[in-house]
Design a protein around this ligand. Sequence first.
Ligand SMILES: Cc1cc2nc3c(=O)[nH]c(=O)nc-3n(C[C@H](O)[C@H](O)[C@H](O)COP(=O)(O)OP(=O)(O)OC[C@H]3O[C@@H](n4cnc5c(N)ncnc54)[C@H](O)[C@@H]3O)c2cc1C
Length: 503
Amino acid sequence: MPGNVSDRPDVVLIGAGIMSATFGTMLKELDPSLSVTMFEVRHDCAEESSNGWNNAGTGHAANCEVNYTPQRPDGSVDISKALEVNTEFDISRQLWAHLVTKGAIPDPRAFLHPCPHMSFVWGDENVAFLKKRFEEMSAHHCYHGMEYSEDQSKIGEWAPLIIEGRDPGQKVAATRMITGTDVDYGALTHLLVGQLERQNGFAVHYEREVTALDREEDGRWRVSVEDTGTGATDIVSARFVFVGAGGGALPLLQKSGIPEGKGYGGFPVSGIWLRCDVDAVSQRHHVKVYGKAGSGSPPMSVPHLDARIIDGKQSLLFGPYAGFSSKFLRHGSFTDLFTSLTHDNIIPMLDVARDNVDLSKYLIGEVMQSSSHQFATLKSFFPKAVRRDWREAVAGQRVQTIKSHETTGWFKHKAGTLQFGTEIVAAGDNSLCALLGASPGASTAAFIAVEVLEKCFGDRLADGWGSRLREIIPTYGIDLKQDAEACRRTRADTAPVLEVENV
Ligand SMILES: Cc1cc2nc3c(=O)[nH]c(=O)nc-3n(C[C@H](O)[C@H](O)[C@H](O)COP(=O)(O)OP(=O)(O)OC[C@H]3O[C@@H](n4cnc5c(N)ncnc54)[C@H](O)[C@@H]3O)c2cc1C
């Protein structure tokens, strides 16, 4: 193999997106003597979903995404999911602060900027919901500092573009957390891979596609890797394989043949943004504004108007509008969906299609939307938007995971459920682990990496890695939802290092 690592590394990371970069970083922090090899089919890292322009760059702390706070039938609002995501983001903050403090990432501004997070709604019913949501959230220490207003002039101070040109009589409401962030996950992936490359025992190989995963007799994994330029195949033998291949993870999981991967299916959802690079507009919106999703829409489709800071320049993104493409990756193949169908997942997938008519209707509606319809949706957020300032941009591809399960009752059969979070699928002997799904995604990569460590390296965590992990993530093992003082302390500690607001 090319590079400075043998063809028998301890660990192979498949894919050079934020997930593999974060997990690889964590492993090398815990044990610098590990040999780790990363393979990426593209010519560079962060070319798929982790690329800055392919996602919304929200540092998901569940401040503004109303889909994490469903209303119960009695009118109260359930904030438990939001609290989970909120405190998962604290794990990312601690990892990033650790890397900045030790100099592995020289400047936090290279990937992260303070950017308030707002939820914004209109209409009596939505305003009543947001008020209730605010009452529940602001009473919890995790949401200390959350602000609420129904006053158009106040909301206009927070985000002028969403108020100018709006009917002054329209009932509106907004919440704001000034501690929110905009994160360029593409830049972060480059920084993480860059600092890994400076370490002994790590190599990344681009334009190398992993084409097969087979078991060796001693339990190691035989990883077949094709050079996309020459077509030549190399073989690497690894003790542990991490499939952080984004949309490419499901086909690789299927190729591994592990029984734990059976029955999973995936449905691709593509996305379109409206993007504005006109400084006179983008400089007036330094905030992320999330609305309320339409009926039947998947959580990842909540419309939002985002300030983005990429390569030092501020732009605006609005969307995403869901679309359909049978590719699992933006640079994938149109046959991806069809070749992923197996006798284990086809019934669960049909079952999900039958049971989620609202979702199907929503997706069809989105695909059928003309660009003037799309622009009209933007105008409901930003009434004075001008068509010529905006252009369409293709977003990253997501693969909605479908999991099969056996029904109970007299007629037992396979059924399917949609999985909206990240699914960690590990081999029974913990020698391989794949990540499926994409929500909430990049923001919680560090939390997901910790979960993979617990699942697959539990013995090492019990034997030395645990104390090292607590140096990197000081709140490891503490439930920040319960421990208000630990929560306050970690935010106060990480905010100045990451140069973000603290309240
Ligand atoms: C429209 C949209 C908006 C989003 N907004 C947000 C947001 O605001 N905040 C947030 O936190 N998350 C967001 N996400 C989710 C987030 O982008 C993803 O969860 C995250 O980037 C996934 O990282 P990854 O490393 O798993 O995948 P990727 O970044 O897709 O990386 C996987 C890599 O594996 C490579 N690969 C695949 N197959 C192979 C193979 N066989 N051999 C070698 N290499 C292979 C691919 O080329 C790719 O580079 C959004 C996603 C989308 C699509």
